[in-house]
Design a protein around this ligand. Structure first.
Ligand code: GLY
Length: 253
């Protein structure tokens, strides 16, 4: 059960955030509306949503997931791999300190984005990506193993972040797309496969009794429903434009 979530309101500078997509510039008013719906969904899932104010110095800072890795007993403040995002950790650390006594840090030259970290029960998968380097991944692996968790490092081929292409739904089941469908590290799990035309839906989040999915993913929704999951669909167009997905917009613990 997740009791808490942390989100951060997009600032006016959000429209200038980083992107690798060609989907156009985000519409700020729409992004704010979609963010409000996201908060409402997290509340419907039963979490207490801690809403942080925007910070225009950091256009991408609404994607709070990249700044920390949270477990039930400790937190790790990351060292985000994009230069313009690195300072986001200074806003998040005081909030994390209000919930966690034990806090670790990823230190340079290690770089690590929370979007590259997937927890499946007591096993963490750490993606090495454009944003997370091997040094950062190894630092996190060492921290996790010292706390009794298992950890594996996965080298990404195409996906932006590890969680762009895979999410854990509980019950030993993952939802998976693209390069992770046949990935050896995930072969022991039951898989719900997202078709290529709905690849964006692989970044969904199980929050207590619901799976929150992006709107416009009918095949994925149908598969989840057939497996007995209750879904909440959210419009995500303005976050997709900046490579952001449902997991990126919150920390859940
Ligand atoms: N726009 C989100 C990111 O590049 O991290």
């Amino acid at each position: 059960m997740f009791k808490h979530t942390i989100v951060k309101i997009p600032g006016e500078s959000y429209v200038n955030g980083l992107t690798t997509s060609n989907l156009g510039r985000p519409d700020l008013a729409k992004a704010m509306e979609q963010h409000r719906a996201y908060i409402n969904a997290l509340e419907k899932c039963g979490t207490k949503v801690n809403v942080l104010p925007s910070n225009n110095d950091f256009p991408d800072s609404t994607f709070v997931e990249d700044t920390a890795v949270l477990t039930p007993h400790f937190a790790v403040i990351t060292n985000p791999g994009a230069h313009s995002r690195n300072g986001e950790i200074h806003d998040i650390e005081p909030v994390i300190k209000s919930f966690f006594e034990t806090i670790y840090h990823i230190n340079a030259p290690g770089m690590l984005d929370g979007g590259d970290i997937l927890q499946i029960e007591d096993h963490f998968y750490i993606g090495v990506s454009m944003r997370t380097n091997l040094e950062g991944a190894e630092q996190l692996k060492k921290i996790l193993e010292s706390e009794g968790y298992k950890a594996s490092i996965i080298h990404l081929e195409k996906f932006f972040h590890l969680k762009t292409g895979v999410a854990y739904l509980g019950d030993h089941t993952i939802i998976v797309a693209g390069e992770f469908i046949d990935h050896a590290d995930f072969n022991s799990y039951k898989k719900i496969i997202v078709p290529p035309e709905e690849e964006y839906a692989a970044n969904c989040i199980r929050v207590n009794d619901y799976v929150i999915i992006p709107a416009g993913s009918p095949v994925t929704k149908q598969k989840l429903t057939e497996e007995g999951y209750q879904t909440i669909e959210l419009e995500m167009s303005e976050f997709k434009k900046l490579d952001g997905g449902l997991s990126c917009l919150s920390l859940r613990f």
